[in-house]
Design a protein around this ligand. Structure first.
Ligand code: ATP
Length: 292
């Protein structure tokens, strides 16, 4: 099929940081390439090797480390249709059969397209956040409903069914890999597992660079702001928290353009003529407000 021969992931100079995601190393790319080369390969080659394409991957790690960003980016890199994003708890229903129906609906568009276009259909990505909420070790939920079990079984049967389909990739995400049913990790299911840890110092600097890019281009980032220093001071911060620091610093800088009229008793006015600059002090204050 001609639709699969694309993917900037395979360009030698591809880097995640150019796509707004910081802190992912080369090793990450290597695993990702190996996982997705089966997406680019022709069905005939896969058949000769006796393997199927990768249909599930699991991203795990602490909250706010960019799992959703990465999942969406993978979709773009593989030229997939707009991913469906769901989260575990919202799949669950106390009504008989409704949870299974929710899963069935998730796969329907991809199945319909594959039925009519075969290997020429677009890739459909399903991003499943908070996977652990539904896929805890089966039978251990202890709520007596068995609802989780039904959802697991339905998902497994869908993913096993994907064997014949060539156009589905399920990306599961969790903060608690230890809670995920081992049956889900088998080859042909979530066979690729990637840890997305908290960023190290270099990663944090990259993430600061990404999130201050715009203000730097606009000349609004103070020359006293040292991203190495900020990276040093943000041990244990996630990417989301670093983004939060940049927001808080920006808000702090913006307040200098406001004045309260009538000796502190009047309305707040915004002075558009006053210069806007986000300084080291704004960042230092922000570090006090946004804790890891
Ligand atoms: P959760 O487990 O809570 O769903 P997550 O790992 O999916 O979190 P995201 O939702 O992808 O985290 O990240 C939230 C926001 O934090 C992103 O939209 C982005 O602004 C920022 N962010 C997180 N990680 C990174 C990163 N590695 N590089 C750049 N920005 C990041």
């Amino acid at each position: 099929g001609g639709s699969r021969a694309r993917g900037n992931l395979f360009q030698p100079n591809f880097e995640f940081k150019n796509m707004g995601i910081g802190g992912l190393d080369k090793q990450f790319m290597t695993i990702l390439r190996r996982a997705f080369v089966t997406r680019m390969a022709s069905p005939a080659d896969l058949e000769k090797l006796g393997i199927t394409h990768v249909k599930g991957m699991l991203l795990y790690g602490p909250p706010g480390t960019g799992k959703t960003l990465i999942a969406r980016q993978i979709g773009k890199m593989l030229n997939a249709v707009e991913p469906k994003i769901v989260n575990g708890p919202e799949m669950l229903s106390k009504f008989v059969g409704a949870s299974e129906e929710n899963i069935r609906k998730l796969f329907k568009d991809a199945e319909d397209e594959y039925r009519s276009k075969g290997d020429d259909s677009n890739l459909h990505i399903i991003i499943f956040d908070e996977l652990d909420a539904v896929f805890k070790q089966r039978g251990s939920r202890g709520d007596g409903t068995g609802v989780g079990d039904n959802v697991v079984n339905q998902l497994l049967s869908k993913m096993d069914g994907v064997n014949q389909l060539n156009n589905i990739l399920v990306i599961g995400m969790t903060n608690r890999r230890d809670l995920i049913d081992s049956a889900l990790m088998r080859p042909g299911r979530f066979e690729i597992q990637l840890e997305i840890p908290l960023p190290d110092k270099d990663g944090r600097k990259q993430i600061f660079t990404i999130h201050t890019n715009r203000m730097r281009e606009e000349g609004l980032l103070g020359s006293d702001v040292d991203l190495d220093e900020l990276a040093e001071l943000t041990k244990n911060y996630s990417g989301a928290e670093i983004a939060g620091v940049v927001r808080a610093a920006s808000q702090s800088g913006l307040t200098r353009k406001t004045t309260i009229g009538q000796a502190g008793k009047g309305t707040v006015t915004y002075d558009d003529k006053k210069q806007l600059l986000i300084t080291r002090d704004d960042f230092m204050g922000a570090l006090q407000d946004v804790r890891p």
